[in-house]
Design a protein around this ligand. Structure first.
Ligand code: BES
Ligand code: MN
Ligand code: ZN
Length: 505
């Protein structure tokens, strides 16, 4: 879908559908909605008076102007109660825009013209409003076609135009549109990678995709193969990988590599388990059923680096994605084995299903060579975190640095990709003690949340590190219009891009 900004007034548009909005409990709409209502001789007033439309969040009505204005349809979308909208206007706009454009798609419209929800009285700047409308619209239209041999869905609208009343606001709106498009396309790339089946989305496929993204955007890319990982003594990662016939890959993407002296360095690390059977600590069939999504962290890092590169943010950003299957075979690692990570630490395998932290351990050690200002990893790491915070509610956030934690929470607030801080109490370390090695890779069942992050912390030797456990957030979230229900969410891409965008030295 192409998105344009046009100056003008919406009631003069001859689009297939124009989109206006309404707060809950408004009897007589003002602003652009009021202007359309006046042109329609009070049709919206009447709709409200009838009680058929209250302006609830996500409520959508379609009106037919019968020649009163040039447009063929008017789509009216509810913004909910004013106070709730103002609590997070950007999120309100993303949701409203998604609901409206989905209606426009259902009606098979080709050209949609929308007002800039949330600008002016809504409290958002023109740029932020435009970005939110574009993000909501594009993310709301996302569909994963999979390998179906026949297309099963309706064609989305070809054009979305945003009308701006003041000519002087056009450049700001255009800026917002461009940013929104880059971000939404990058989220779509991440969603696609996570949605792909595990026989297609292998470590090699992730590496290939990263190389294509690098060529498209102008990033540096390197992919380490098994031999190179052996040379680096990545014994933790390789222990997981040795059970699979699919060769592991360690993918390195870099934005502004040539300016690393003058710019801060942010290293993003993503868990790339392309399928998690649990290994010999085998998962049950229900637990295993969604484990193609266990590379969501890696997909987030690839998607975020695409957007960061395209937006050309003034920061040196490195993306590290260790990628492997976790399988069973005659070569697979077993409980009670002891392996040595690339920092020399020995790890007793208590559970082969605690494989993500093994990959991340060697990646966090590798991150050090970039002399990072900050390192943030993201991973579908523990079921315990899902139990702690709820499925589809928030990701867990652990950090050794208050400023980095606050920066992530700020980005989280701005993107509505929720994070909730969890502790790194020193007591957790004891729970990881091993009889036979420096530490064991998992603790007892009741100690699930803090110990996983504490395990990772053993491989960190730079001051600012944060860990995002997104196990509950990768797939199948209900009730958010711009996130399809039976799909990957893309959670984390907007968060990381916003973190980089707001970076302050
Ligand atoms: N990939 C899983 C975590 C997960 C669970 C992600 C549910 C998404 C939804 C991870 O590798 C895992 O198996 N974790 C174990 C850790 C345990 C063995 C210490 C878990 O959570 O049970
Ligand atoms: Mn596992
Ligand atoms: Zn896993």
């Amino acid at each position: 879908m192409d998105v344009h900004v046009i100056p003008g007034v919406i009631q003069e548009s001859d689009a297939d559908a124009i989109v206006v909005n309404l707060f809950e409990d408004v009897q007589h709409p003002g602003g652009a909605t009021g202007a359309v209502d006046a042109a329609l001789n009070g049709a919206i007033d009447e709709l409200i008076a009838s009680g058929d439309f209250t302006g609830q969040v996500g409520q959508v009505a379609v009106l037919y102007p019968r020649g009163a204005i040039p447009a063929r349809r008017v789509i009216l979308v509810g913004l909910g109660p004013r106070a709730e909208f103002y609590a997070d206007p950007a999120e309100g706009v993303r949701r409203a825009a998604a609901s409206a454009i989905q209606k426009a798609r259902d009606l098979e419209t080709k050209r949609v013209v929308s007002i800039l929800h949330g600008a002016g009285a809504g409290g958002l700047s023109v740029e932020d409003a435009a970005r939110a409308v574009v993000e909501g619209s594009l993310l709301g239209l996302y569909e994963y076609q999979g390998q179906k041999t026949e297309a099963h869905s309706k064609e989305p609208p070809q054009v979305l135009e945003l009308v701006i009343f003041g000519e002087e606001d056009v450049p700001a709106a255009q800026q917002g549109v461009e940013r929104g498009c880059v971000i939404a396309q990058s989220v779509a790339l991440t969603r696609d990678l996570v949605n792909l089946p595990p026989n297609i989305c292998t470590p090699a496929y992730l590496a290939q995709t990263a190389a294509e993204v690098a060529a498209e955007v102008g990033l540096d890319v390197r992919v380490l193969d098994r031999e190179q990982m052996e040379a680096l003594n990545m014994g933790a990662l390789l222990a997981v990988a040795q059970g699979s016939d699919a060769p592991p890959k360690f993918i390195i993407l870099e934005h502004n590599a040539d300016r690393s002296d003058e710019l801060d360095t942010l290293v993003l690390v993503g868990k790339g388990i392309t399928f998690d059977t649990g290994g010999y600590s085998l998962k049950g069939h229900e637990g295993m059923a969604t484990m193609k999504t266990d590379m969501a962290g890696a997909a987030v890092v690839i998607g975020a680096l695409r957007a960061i590169g395209m937006l050309d943010l003034p920061l040196h950003v490195v993306g590290l994605t260790p990628a492997s299957d976790n399988m069973i075979s005659g070569r697979a690692y077993r409980p009670q084995e002891v392996v040595t990570a690339s920092n020399g630490a020995t790890i007793e395998i208590k559970s082969t299903d605690a494989e993500g932290r093994m990959l991340l351990a060697d990646a966090l050690v590798y991150a050090r060579r970039f002399e990072p200002t900050a390192v943030v990893d993201i991973a579908t790491l523990t079921g315990a975190c899902v139990v702690a915070l709820g499925k589809g509610i928030a990701a867990g956030l652990f950090s050794t640095d208050d400023a980095l934690r606050d920066a992530l929470l700020g980005a989280s607030k701005a993107t509505a990709e929720k994070l909730w801080p969890l502790p790194l109490f020193p007591e957790y370390k004891k729970r990881l003690e091993s009889q036979t090695a420096d530490l064991r890779n998992s603790a007892d069942r009741m100690d699930g949340v803090g110990t996983s992050a504490t395990f990772l912390k053993q491989f960190v030797d730079y001051p600012a590190w944060a860990h995002v456990d997104m196990a509950g957030m990768a797939y199948g979230i209900k009730g958010i219009p711009y996130i399809p229900e039976k799909s990957s969410t893309g959670f984390g891409v907007r968060l990381f891009v916003e973190l980089a965008r707001r970076w302050k030295r």
